[in-house]
Design a protein around this ligand. Structure first.
Ligand SMILES: [Zn+2]
Length: 231
């Protein structure tokens, strides 16, 4: 039984990668790496008038589709998989110019995608700046005595996690009074108290927080007052 006698029926030309050594029934050339079956007999690509086509391996779906669109003459290349007992697509044969045009179209797409990504990144950066400014303003509203650059620093830190990147609703949640308060407290803990040293020296977190609670309250109390009042 010849497996090559029953390749799948598809629309268009079919070219086979033979598993066994085959010769062209017409010019006797071979062994053939690719052949066309005409009435059950193998023909080399030259005899089958497909010799001018180039092989495009499977894998790039968009490129394959476009190369076939651009090519007046094209063929699907298949090989029989013994283990799976079926023909498997290996790629296509297309005109070289068609492949070139298809590659240019895909490159243009890639360039368009790159430009879009770059625009998105710029827009996100702008959103991050807006978010940071809004967050800083909220800190200053709740803590008028907090120095402006300190508020900006806390806000910048918070915006790394809570910016427009995670969506408007998440950004809105991040700007709630609770979230702003938490960000300020965390900053005070780490920068204005020995909290980090306590943790490093093995003091349990809750005990460390208990020890610094008064210091945190002092700083926050000062910041709640306006800068003028705080002197
Ligand atoms: Zn031949």
């Amino acid at each position: 039984m010849s497996r090559l006698a029953t390749p799948p029926r598809r629309t268009g030309l079919l070219v086979v990668q033979p598993l066994r050594r085959k010769q062209c029934a017409e010019c006797r050339g071979g062994p053939l790496s690719l052949l066309v079956l005409e009435e059950g007999a193998p023909r080399c690509l030259d005899c089958a008038d497909l010799g001018h086509l180039v092989f495009l391996p499977r894998g790039d779906t968009a490129l394959t589709r476009r190369a076939r669109e651009e090519s007046a003459l094209s063929a699907v290349v298949v090989r029989f998989n013994r283990r799976k007992a079926r023909y498997e697509r290996q790629g296509v044969l297309v005109e070289e110019q068609a492949l070139t045009r298809a590659e240019m179209r895909c490159l243009a797409d890639a360039e368009a995608r790159r430009r879009r990504r770059s625009r998105d990144a710029r827009r996100r950066a702008a959103e991050d700046v807006r978010f940071t400014d809004t967050f800083a303003a909220e800190i200053r509203r709740l803590f008028p005595g907090c120095p402006a650059e300190r508020a900006q620093g806390i806000a910048a830190h918070a915006s790394v996690r809570g910016s427009g990147r995670v969506g408007r609703s998440a950004a809105g949640r991040a700007l709630s009074e609770g979230a702003v308060f938490s960000a300020v407290v965390a900053s005070v803990r780490h920068l204005d108290t020995p909290y980090d040293q306590l943790l490093m020296s093995g003091v349990p977190r809750h005990e460390a927080r208990r020890r610094i609670a008064a210091a945190v309250e002092r700083v926050l109390g000062g910041w709640r007052a306006t800068e003028a009042e705080a002197g």
